[in-house]
Design a binder for this molecule. Structure first.
Ligand SMILES: NC(=O)c1ccc[n+]([C@@H]2O[C@H](COP(=O)([O-])OP(=O)(O)OC[C@H]3O[C@@H](n4cnc5c(N)ncnc54)[C@H](OP(=O)(O)O)[C@@H]3O)[C@@H](O)[C@H]2O)c1
Length: 256
């Protein structure tokens, strides 16, 4: 069975911009790609630029819309080989004006949107000889960065969900992969008002993700320099770790 990303039917959520769009463009060269996002306008622009990409509008927080995309995939292709659950959004929390609705929105889009996408297409993945579920999490799960409480908690939920899902689906012949990107220059990070070390372009991120998937990697972390530092800091005693993250937080609040 060929597990390489060639001649596959691949569904990418959040494919209208940033990392998802770069993945769609690269993967459409050798696969059938179905690209989903909320913005019909952005999807049509993608279709004009890359006519081979199939576009289907859907909001990942709305299971009925995802079911409709899967109904279309079933009708046309009869199966799905790869779900690339990439749709996501980032909002920061300001503890001076604590607002739980931010945490709810992060969980709804980043975590429940990912869970709903799996639910909607699992039966189609089970018809593939090489079913693969790919989740785009974040390197923010490795360290408690300032203001990222809601965002990184939603991504940590994705990473942890995938751990148990791997235990349950690997015996059925599924492959699973979790991506933990560092900073990538996209609409999502353009709101950031702080320096972003090791910033990458979306196409370089897509290239790194595809390379990892073709190698059969479960954890795809990049860029290595940043994720290595975050993982090392994670291992340090909390007094040292929190002194470092608190100084980042003070600097940010000073700038606001
Ligand atoms: N950029 C980074 O530095 C970075 C780092 C770590 C992880 N990530 C993760 O990478 C993924 C892609 O982000 P990006 O950086 O490429 O940002 P982006 O350019 O803002 O792309 C986000 C994509 O998700 C879609 N989306 C957002 N909410 C959606 C919803 N409710 N339903 C369906 N689609 C939705 C957006 O399209 P519509 O608005 O049209 O729906 C867009 O296509 C996200 O999961 C993000 O958390 C990014």
């Amino acid at each position: 069975m060929n597990r390489l990303l060639e001649n596959k039917v691949i569904w990418i959520t959040g494919a209208s911009s940033g990392i998802g769009k770069a993945l769609a463009i690269r993967l459409a060269k050798t696969n059938t790609v179905i690209a989903t996002s909320r913005s019909q306008e952005k999807l049509e622009q993608l279709k004009r630029e890359y006519p081979a990409i199939v576009i289907k509008q859907a909001d990942v927080t709305k299971p009925a819309e995802l079911a409709s995309v899967c109904g279309f995939i079933e009708q046309i292709f009869g199966k799905l080989d790869v779900l690339l659950a990439n749709a996501g959004h980032c909002e920061y929390l300001d503890v001076r004006h604590f607002d739980s609705s931010i945490a709810l929105r992060m969980i709804e889009t980043n975590y429940m949107g990912f869970v709903y996408a799996i639910e909607s297409c699992l039966h189609l993945l089970r018809r593939s000889e090489t079913p693969h579920i790919v989740a785009v999490s974040s390197s923010s799960v490795y360290l408690g960065l300032p203001r990222a409480e809601a965002y990184s908690a939603s991504k940590a939920a994705v990473t942890q969900f995938m751990e148990s899902l791997a235990a349950d689906l690997t015996p059925e012949g599924f492959s699973l992969s979790v991506i933990h990107p560092g900073f990538v220059d996209t609409e999502l990070t353009r709101q950031n008002d702080f320096p972003m070390p090791f910033l990458m372009q979306p196409d370089a991120a897509a290239q790194r993700i595809i390379q990892g998937l073709n190698r059969g990697q479960y954890n795809i972390d990049f860029p290595k320099g940043l994720t290595w530092i975050l993982r090392c800091l994670r291992q340090t005693p909390h007094l040292i770790r929190h002194r470092i993250t608190s100084s980042l937080s003070r600097n940010m609040q000073h700038e606001l």
